[in-house]
Design a protein around this ligand. Structure first.
Ligand code: WT7
Length: 664
């Protein structure tokens, strides 16, 4: 580091607040501070501002129908189509402009630009192929694909014909795929033969086929996109219901499929996410409210303009990619980047190379990535001209001030606002973050809630806590992008998100409060610092993993009697999985056993849930009433000072476990 850098770093380390850069404010999509008061005064009609960003076949009657909380309806009886909004309506003015810039793994230096015209054609042909295969309006189509162009094409094709999609992250296991297809009664799957990771081909169809083996109903059709180059394939034969994507689409050359008119409240997609219990939750998002939310936040927070080249480094298999690679950006008619590979292959400057090559204007990434960049060192971004960047964003977990400042300094050159955006799969899009052209920034705090949102930090009784005190995050009024229910499970929807702070017998919407299951605190200027999950959900590299899901995977391994999973601090991942395991008599805590447990978790969920440490113990620390003391296990994982252990039924076990963790 040069001396200048060191001085700069020292100065930034002291600084707690940052004004939005003047050059940014001058051109920001939203820069009038009155928006906060106006939206509050005009709620819920303020959300017409979001609806106005969309093209409607038929206007809506009511902005919000809150007659049956928490089953809210937005933009009632409006008619629209998401694929029309993301494609057709841009053709006249932006047909020749890039819609998607796809950057492949550097296997053969093949990058693809899809103009709006080209993407429109691909989506039409894919839609025609899906219809030909029998997919009809309302049929859930599962997609199990990595970051290849066929994924957003298939999503938009489904939206075009009114078939909801359910995208399963490609890194998830075969079991996870089967669980999700079963839960959604999904009879169609779009997947691929394989893909490249750090230059090596991976056999994805093997996993997909294993997953299909676990589907309990008939599967009508499977489409296989072929990503692998000649010679890299794994030689799978296709079953009778399996078709090569390219063949199906070739038969539909030039086909046009008119977008179906969808009702505002029709389901656009399902996305499964982890919760407290072992079963993933099928979060249901709808057509109008979701698209309005993704579009409005993309414009107001990410400051997207049609002429931008916007880069979000997430995977489309997660909600971030749905809202902020595909739907929000395309609805605004901009150019969205899609990067297939990892940030460190072929070298640790890969993202910076891409930003320079494409002159990207925004970067939206996760704190876990920023921590890795920091660790690798600023020489990698320093090699590249990043001056095209205008705004930086983060999402997925809290970002500590040091990482925030590194990002601000080394990537943004102090000329880009950094938006730290808090939201969830369930919220559809961003909820808490300062509008970058208006609000000053406080590293470590996500900022104030967006205009039109009523976010409060409360205690266990639902009373607002004082500034500076930790409490629970709640959202007290509905918003257009919110989930509508959990798929075919209204009861669990109420239990998981509403019960805690609502009067569930009431039909008055004021008695209904949404609880995201995060802890938070607020300062005297209304800036919110999110402290993390308060349920048994871990946040590993910005991904949500249920401890129960991991525990049940471990207990499924032969020889395991009981397991407890907690999160331990991790430099890059934020949180890492720590598993404490009791074996049945006759089984030994050997390295092989450890391997089997790790494999068991990878098979049930995927490599992201891989335990960092497996600790064998004859007992778990339990209270006198028999509850596992998770907090204690967390403290042990973090090698922290332990709290009071005298209330334990078996305090002697603690030292044993501690010793093992330290030895490893
Ligand atoms: C959970 C939601 C939102 C898309 C990616 C994750 C945590 C998310 C932040 C942030 C602190 C954050 C919360 C939330 N989280 N963003 N900016 N600051 N925490 O979506 O998998 O549904 O997870 O991620 O704990 O509840 P998800």
């Amino acid at each position: 580091m040069s001396e200048g850098d060191a001085e700069l770093e020292a100065r930034l380390a002291e600084q707690e607040e940052f004004e939005p850069p003047e050059s940014f404010v001058e051109q920001a999509n939203v820069s009038d501070p009155d928006i906060y008061d106006e939206f509050e005064a005009e709620w819920p009609d303020c959300w017409e501002a979001a609806a106005e960003l969309l093209d409607w076949y038929e206007g809506y009657d009511q902005v919000l129908d809150d007659s049956n909380p928490p089953f809210y309806k937005w933009f009632t009886d409006g008619k629209l189509n998401v694929s029309h909004n993301c494609l057709d309506r841009h053709l006249d003015e932006r047909g020749d402009e890039a819609a998607i810039e796809w950057v492949g793994e550097p296997v053969e230096e093949e990058n693809i630009t899809y103009t709006y015209e080209e993407l429109h054609r691909e989506v039409n042909e894919c839609a025609a192929a899906l219809e030909e295969m029998g997919v009809g309006e309302g049929d859930v189509v599962t997609m199990y694909m990595p970051m290849i162009p066929e994924l957003p094409i298939a999503m938009l094709a489904c939206a075009r014909i009114g078939a909801p999609h359910s995208v399963v992250f490609a890194g998830f296991s075969a079991d996870a795929l089967a669980t999700r297809m079963n839960s959604a009664d999904s009879e169609y799957l779009i997947t691929c033969d394989g893909y490249y990771r750090r230059g090596d081909p991976l056999d994805h169809l093997k996993k997909a086929n294993e997953g299909l083996g676990g589907v309990e109903h008939d599967v009508e059709g499977v489409v296989v996109a072929e990503r692998l180059m000649d010679g890299d394939g794994f030689g799978h034969d296709y079953a009778d219901n399996q078709h090569a994507y390219a063949d199906l689409v070739a038969e539909q050359e030039g086909a046009e499929v008119a977008p179906v008119e969808r009702d505002a409240e029709d389901m656009l997609f399902l996305m499964y996410t982890s919760g407290t219990t072992g079963k993933p939750k099928g979060v249901k998002h709808t057509t109008a409210g979701y698209l309005a939310w993704a579009t409005w936040t993309s414009q107001a927070v990410l400051d997207i303009k049609p002429e931008d080249t916007y880069f979000c480094s997430a995977d489309i298999g997660w909600i971030t990619g749905h809202s902020y690679i595909v739907y929000g950006p395309l609805s605004l008619g901009t150019t969205t980047m899609m990067y297939e590979g990892t940030p460190d292959y072929p070298e640790r400057d890969r993202l910076w190379q891409i930003i320079e090559d494409y002159e990207a204007t925004q970067l939206y990434t996760a704190p876990t990535a920023i921590r890795a960049f920091m660790k690798w060192g600023s020489e990698f971004p320093d090699r590249h001209d990043l001056s095209s960047l205008r705004l930086l964003g983060t999402v997925g977990e809290p970002i500590n001030p040091r990482a925030w400042k590194w990002y601000y300094q080394h990537i943004g050159d102090e000329a880009c606002p950094v938006v730290d955006t808090w939201w969830q799969t369930e919220t559809g899009g961003m909820m808490i973050t300062g509008l970058p052209g208006i609000k000053k920034m406080k590293p470590g705090s996500a900022g104030p809630p967006l205009p039109g949102l009523d976010v409060r930090i409360v205690d266990t009784k639902g009373e607002q806590v004082e500034a500076g005190r930790a409490g629970y995050l709640t959202v007290q009024k509905p918003w257009p992008g919110m989930l509508r229910t959990l798929y075919k499970n209204d009861e669990r929807f109420i239990e998981e998100y509403w019960q805690e702070y609502s009067d569930t017998d009431s039909s008055d919407p004021d008695d209904w409060v949404y609880f995201p299951e995060d802890g938070a605190k607020i300062d005297d200027e209304g800036y919110i610092t999110v402290l993390g999950r308060v349920d048994d959900v871990l946040n590993v590299s910005g991904h949500r993993l249920g401890t129960m899901e991991i525990e049940s995977a471990i207990v499924g391994v032969e020889g395991v009697a009981e397991a407890a999973v907690v999160g331990g601090d991790h430099e890059i991942k934020g949180e890492a999985v720590y598993a404490y395991v009791i074996l049945e008599d006759g089984f030994e805590g050997s390295d092989e056993m450890r391997e089997e447990i790790i494999e068991g978790v990878e098979d049930a969920i995927g490599p992201i849930a891989r335990p960092e440490q497996v600790v064998f113990t004859p007992e778990l620390p339990k209270t006198r009433s028999g509850k596992i003391m998770r907090r204690l296990l967390e403290q042990i994982a973090n090698e922290e000072e332990l709290g009071d252990t005298t209330t334990l039924r078996n305090p002697e076990i603690v030292e044993d476990i501690q010793k093992q963790v330290q030895d490893d």
